[in-house]
Design a protein around this ligand. Structure first.
Ligand SMILES: [Zn+2]
Length: 323
């Protein structure tokens, strides 16, 4: 078993009508939870590292933990840099043993995005590493990435062929209405269903469809695709937390995207929520607890449960390792 690129994973996912989960990692418990869940579901999985996570846990630890997870879980893993902001951080992760990097040039002009992405692709491919690019801008906040709703924009399908052709990227992140963080929509952007639950505006499947038509067989990536489970939000709020109006993407919509051209779905906020709910519950139930294994162990179980649910019910990748 080894660190692998996403090439084979995406080709199989595209043909099979499912997506691979790319879960953000920050520490040992999260890595164990994700990889144990994937191994039990017999699903391929991507561990991804943001610049913020790299600052927090440091590159050497995350790489060593990912390798330990391969040994322990017995499955191949891809290790991916999430939102590389410039050539240097991509180079550092390529030189440092990652199997995949994202260069996020979406804040630049179309031409500058192409030039920057091309430069990363040339270096990455020469070292056996694959590259994800981005067209269109997602709103929201994720570690060092912060884009206001006013500055966000949907991907323009008429640009995707030229971008992929000129850059040589292996996959492409697009903006179709998802966003980063746990507050993806304000309540006034949503409608209420019969049960009084807030329903956000639907994703722009017309854009995804057009992108898929223009790039047949090419893997598309969805960022900002947490569902923000309301059970966790309610529990956190009931136990002293303060997360008013946290709203995510309905899972049925993500399932639909996974059946289309989307081969990679990024999930971070839902892991944070699972972990936070588990820790809050543990302290609430046993205020005398001071063994970190007590609360981090519960948090790890909650993350694992969340990841198994995503794989089985949202991504559709259960059993894919055996197919
Ligand atoms: Zn993202």
């Amino acid at each position: 078993m080894a660190l692998v690129t996403t090439k084979e994973m995406f080709a199989k996912a595209y043909r099979g009508g499912y997506a691979i989960g790319a879960f953000n990692i920050n520490n040992m418990e999260i890595i164990q939870a994700i990889t144990e869940a994937a191994a039990e579901e017999r699903s391929p999985v991507i561990l991804q590292v943001s610049a913020g996570a790299r600052k927090y846990a440091r590159h050497a630890y995350l790489l060593a933990l990912a390798k330990a997870a391969i040994e322990d879980s017995g499955i191949d893993l891809a290790l991916h840099l999430d939102h590389g902001a410039d050539f240097d951080i991509c180079k550092s992760c390529i030189d440092g043993g990652f199997s995949s990097v994202m260069i996020d040039g979406s804040k630049h002009s179309f031409e500058d995005n192409i030039a920057l992405t091309r430069k990363v692709v040339e270096y990455a491919h020469a070292h056996g590493v694959v590259v994800e690019g981005e067209l269109g801008k997602l709103a929201g906040i994720e570690d060092d990435v912060n884009v206001s709703a006013a500055d966000s924009s949907y991907t323009r399908p008429e640009e995707v062929e030229e971008f992929v052709e000129k850059t040589g990227v292996d996959s492409l992140a697009i903006a179709i209405g998802t966003s980063h963080g746990a507050y993806k929509f304000t309540p006034d952007q949503c409608t209420r269903n019969a049960d009084g639950i807030l329903v956000p505006p639907p994703l722009r499947f017309d854009i995804l469809e057009e992108v898929g038509r223009r790039l047949p067989g090419f893997p598309i990536v969805l960022h900002g695709a947490s569902s923000v489970p309301q059970d966790y939000v309610r529990e956190i709020n009931a136990l002293g937390g303060k997360m008013p109006d946290a709203i995510g993407i309905p899972e049925e919509q993500l399932r639909k995207a996974a059946q289309m051209a989307v081969c990679k779905i990024n999930i971070d906020s839902d892991i944070r929520l699972a972990m936070t709910a588990g820790i809050r519950r543990t302290f609430h139930d046993d205020p005398s607890l001071f063994d970190p294994r007590g609360y981090l162990g519960v948090a790890r179980e909650e993350v694992k449960k969340t990841v198994r649910h995503k794989i089985a019910d949202v991504l559709g990748s259960s059993g894919a390792l055996d197919r």
